[in-house]
Design a protein around this ligand. Sequence first.
Ligand code: SF4
Length: 347
Amino acid sequence: MNKNSIKDIVLAVTYKCNSRCGFCNIWQKKEDFSCQPSDYKKLPHNLENVNISGGEPFLRDDLLEIIKVVSRQSPKAKITISTNGFLPSKIKETMQRVVRFRKNIGLAVSLDGFGRVHEELRGFPGGYCLAVETIRLLKELGIKDLKIAFTLGDNNINQLKKVYRLSKELGVEFSLAVYHNSAHYFQKEDNQIVNIRKIRRELNWLIEEELKSFSPKRWFRAYFTWALIEFLETNQRVLPDYSGLNSLFIDPTGSIYPSDVWGLEIGYLQRMSKANDWNEFSQRTRDIIISNQSPANWMICTARQAMKKHWFVVFQWILRKKFYFPIKNKHSKKKLSLFLKRISSLF
Ligand code: SF4
């Protein structure tokens, strides 16, 4: 029986980075060893999502090889590469070769503000135009699954609407994260978000925009954003954390952690002798995960599986926010509430 419950993996394939972001010190790390492409042959077969991340993954000359191995190893997984987009020519060259063997691949290009704001936050003069150029080149290659990844902090709250609108102009998706701390990954533990009131106002605007659409994916993003506000206000997740049980983070050296913010080392990729070892790994690490406390977090890599598992809670929220609020009549509200209760009793 397959006991392996790992569905999502974030693979940081390098700590090298050409950015100098103020909220992440990965670029300061002296990396002396990285997994070889062949090490990724040990990934589980049944993954649903693989996020190839860094550092800047396109700084690895063998990235193409890594993508080939991951594609072969987890054929059903949705693969997304996170990039700062500061190497448009290299990214285009690599992706031109990738789309020959893998059409359905996604890219998330970081963009935290317009022009100089983005460049100052990322410590990379000229970086804004390069990132936009990267998006344009990827669109030309016919890559459909493209998104702008916006990382929110106190310094760029007023950029959220502008970048969101830019994503619509460019015809790409918009995804959101807030600063988190992590000693083993971001190498930063003093990130803070203070201006919650203003952030709440902007995020409520974003929720309304996403709910106006006809895309269920964007309704789910609206829920994620609402839960993000709850997290910022209370430092608590609205849904449980399945890090280590359904999702993992693997660093460039092959060390395995429950997530990129939870520095509990639970394994080592190179020590897996074959992909089937994950059944044994899942059973062995389950008790360790359950008896330890995950640090508070709300990031898409740790929220995705929770939202899937608790889809009905998410669905109810979407129904309430999208279709319920406009109903002013008390009688209709009661009827809808009864209807929801009846549906929930079916599960
Ligand atoms: S946030 Fe990303 S782009 Fe910025 S330094 Fe860290 S790894 Fe590099």
